[in-house]
Design a protein around this ligand. Structure first.
Ligand code: AFP
Length: 360
C-alpha cells in the first residue's frame, strides 16, 4: 500500500508550494522526466530478453560507439518530455544539436539537458548504469519559439533542478530542486518512485577515493600527489589507510558517495591534450555538482568550482573532482600550491644530492 509513503509527485507539488520561484508546470516537467527514467529502467532490466543489448553500429557526437540502449534511452526522454508544454528545447549527449520542441506541441520556459544512459559501456556486462538530467530556465533574451544552443550555455549555478536515475540492483531516483537532495526507490509493483532517502548528506571526511588509475602517467602533479598520499595510507602524511573503487559509471560512483562519502576524480590529464577532461559539463558535471553541493559536498575542476564554469559549447568537457568537502578542498589546495610552486620539494644547494653533506 502506498499509504504513508511520499511519491515523487507529492514531493514535487509540496516543494513547488514552498518555492514559488518554481513557476508554471515545473512539477509536471519533472514527472515527465521521471516517466522517461521508468521506461529506461524497464528496458535496462529486461536486457537480452528485450533484445536491447549490443552496439547500435554508429558513433555519437563524442565519437563514441553508441549502444542500442543509448539510442532507446534518448528516444524515451524525447517521447516523454516533448509534448507536455513545459520545455522550449532539449539537449543530450546523443544529439549533436539542440532539439527544439516540434511546432505541433506547445513550448514552455524550461530547457532540459540529459545524458540518457551514462556508463553505457557497462550495459553489456550487466553492471549499473544511469540517466542524468539538468533543468535550466530559458534565459531572459531567449525566444521560446526559436530556441538556440546559446540559450543552454548557462553556468551550473543557474540550474533549477538536477537529478539522476540509477539502474542498479534497485532503481533509484535522486533529485534536487535546490533545497536538499532526496532519494526515491522504484516500487515496481505499483510503478511509483517512493521517498526512501530524505535529506541526503555527504560526510565531509572519507577514506575512499575513485579514479581510473590506468591514467596515472597522464595526471597532473597535484592529482599524482593526492593519490600517492592516499596510497601511502597509515605510513604516509595522511596517517590513515584509504580504499579505492572504480565502477566506470559516474552515476554509480556519485551514488556511492552520497550513501557513504568518498571522492571521485576524473581530472584533467595529458592523454588527449585536445580535451581538458573526459566528462561533459552540461549533462554530467553540472547536474552532479548541483546534487553534491546540495548534499553538503563539493565539486571542482581543481581550479574552480564546477558550478561557476561558464559553458562555451553544449558538449564541452571538464575535469571533475567531487565528493566529501574536506578532500575536494585538499585537492584544490594541491592545485593552488602546484601553480605557485609551493609543492616543489625544497632543494638546498648544500643539502641536496650534489652536496658535501650527503649522507648515503
Ligand atoms: P560511457 O557512458 O561512455 O560509458 O562513459 C561513462 C563515463 O562518462 C562516466 O560515467 C565514467 O565515470 C567514465 O566515463 C568512465 O571512464 P573510463 O572509461 O575512463 O573509466
Amino acid at each position: 500500500m502506498l499509504c504513508g509513503r511520499t511519491n515523487v509527485n507529492k514531493f514535487l507539488i509540496e516543494e513547488q508550494r514552498r518555492n514559488p520561484a518554481l513557476f508554471g508546470d515545473f512539477s509536471m516537467l519533472i514527472s515527465d522526466v521521471v516517466r522517461s527514467c521508468k521506461a529506461i529502467a524497464q528496458g535496462v532490466s529486461r536486457g537480452s530478453l528485450a533484445g536491447v543489448l549490443g552496439d547500435e553500429g554508429r558513433e555519437n557526437v563524442q565519437g563514441e560507439a553508441q549502444k542500442k540502449l543509448d539510442v532507446l534511452a534518448n528516444q524515451a526522454f524525447i517521447h516523454h518530455c516533448e509534448w507536455g508544454g513545459h520545455l522550449a528545447a532539449m539537449a543530450s549527449e546523443e544529439m549533436e544539436d539542440i532539439y527544439p520542441i516540434p511546432s505541433e506541441h506547445p513550448r514552455g520556459k524550461y530547457l532540459l539537458v540529459f545524458d540518457p544512459l551514462d556508463g553505457s559501456s557497462n550495459i553489456d556486462v550487466n553492471l549499473s548504469v544511469g540517466s542524468i538530467f539538468s533543468v535550466l530556465r530559458c534565459p531572459e533574451n531567449c525566444n521560446a519559439d526559436a530556441p538556440i544552443a546559446a540559450d543552454f550555455l548557462q553556468p551550473g549555478s543557474r540550474q533549477v533542478a538536477a537529478g539522476y536515475a540509477l539502474y542498479g540492483p534497485s532503481t533509484m531516483l535522486v533529485l534536487t530542486v535546490g533545497s536538499g537532495v532526496y532519494g526515491f526507490t522504484l516500487d515496481r509493483d505499483i510503478g511509483e518512485f517512493l521517498l526512501t532517502h530524505p535529506h541526503l548528506v555527504i560526510s565531509p571526511e572519507t577514506r575512499e577515493f575513485a579514479i581510473n588509475a590506468s591514467n596515472e602517467r597522464f595526471w597532473e602533479p597535484p592529482v599524482q600527489r593526492y593519490v600517492s598520499e592516499c596510497l601511502a595510507g597509515k605510513t604516509g602524511i595522511r596517517g590513515k589507510d584509504f580504499n579505492m573503487r572504480w565502477v566506470a559509471s559516474m552515476v554509480a560512483e556519485v551514488h556511492r558517495i552520497l550513501m557513504r562519502g568518498g571522492v571521485f576524480l576524473y581530472p584533467r590529464d595529458s592523454k588527449d591534450i585536445s580535451r581538458p577532461g573526459r566528462l561533459r559539463l552540461m549533462y554530467e558535471a553540472n547536474p552532479m555538482a548541483m546534487i553534491v553541493g546540495q548534499a553538503c559536498g563539493l565539486a571542482s575542476t581543481g581550479r574552480e568550482r564546477i558550478l561557476d564554469v561558464l559553458p562555451t559549447s553544449l558538449h564541452q568537457r571538464v575535469p571533475v573532482i567531487l565528493g566529501s568537502r574536506d578532500e575536494v578542498e585538499r585537492i584544490e589546495r594541491y592545485h593552488r600550491e602546484h601553480e605557485t610552486g609551493e609543492d616543489q620539494p625544497y632543494k638546498s644547494p648544500l643539502f641536496s644530492t650534489r652536496t658535501l653533506f650527503r649522507n648515503d
